[in-house]
Design a protein around this ligand. Structure first.
Ligand code: GAR
Length: 206
């Protein structure tokens, strides 16, 4: 079983989508080991507990990023986590954390990267006037929302969209896409060549 740790800061709907996908057998071979929030007010913490998941609150409390991330890394190791999924985790991770879990951290971002990295991606898309946007699941490296892309989904941007209506349309796709992407990574049936992540033929499990 691949043990997944999910980091959240807020609502946690992508965390719930992953947990439901695991329960429904759509991410074979995976178990959610722990959900960690850096925010005590995160609604996702309550939802995770309701789902019977192990939860931890690890706040920054004025410490350096490296110290904070060190405590998160220790908690993930204590839970023998092999894959870290960021799900609305709104803090940059330290290079030390990224190095410790290199190639084993995924993030979901509400735009078609490399367009509109950073905060308020949906508002950025509307302001820019693009006709399509979407969401991206990518490996996390030291660049902001810049790691190799695992999967993307596209949605139209409508003339009367507000950031909220566009966000809702994208979020629906996020929930489906994140589970699919995590299932691919957990299966191990992928290869990475430079920045290109490709699904490979399923191994014969006989
Ligand atoms: C999601 O739309 C996610 O893509 C976005 O925050 C939202 C979290 O919602 N993440 C980022 O913008 C990261 N840069 P959730 O807490 O309900 O999953």
């Amino acid at each position: 079983m691949k043990r997944i740790g999910i980091l959240i800061s807020g609502r946690g709907s992508n965390m719930v989508a992953l947990a439901e996908a695991v329960s429904a057998g759509r991410i074979p071979g995976a178990v959610i080991a722990v959900v960690i929030s850096d925010q005590s007010s995160a609604a996702g913490l309550v939802r995770a507990r309701e789902l019977g998941l192990e939860t931890l609150l690890i706040e920054r409390r004025g410490r350096s990023r490296v110290e904070h991330d060190g405590e998160i890394a220790a908690a993930l190791r204590a839970q023998e986590v092999e894959l870290v999924c960021l799900a609305g985790y709104m803090r940059l991770l330290s290079p030390e954390f990224i190095e410790a879990f290199r190639g084993r951290i995924l993030n979901i971002h509400p735009s078609l990267l490399p367009s509109f990295p950073g905060l308020e991606a949906q508002a950025q898309a509307i302001r820019h006037g693009v006709k399509f946007s979407g969401c991206t699941v990518h490996f996390v490296d030291e660049t902001l929302d810049g790691g190799p892309v695992v999967a993307q989904a596209v949605v139209p941007v409508l003339d009367d969209d507000t950031p909220d209506t566009l966000a809702a349309r994208i979020l629906k796709e996020e929930h489906r896409l994140y589970a699919e992407a995590v299932a691919l990574i957990v299966s191990g049936n992928y290869s990475v060549a430079g920045r290109r992540v490709s699904a490979t033929a399923q191994e014969d499990k006989e």
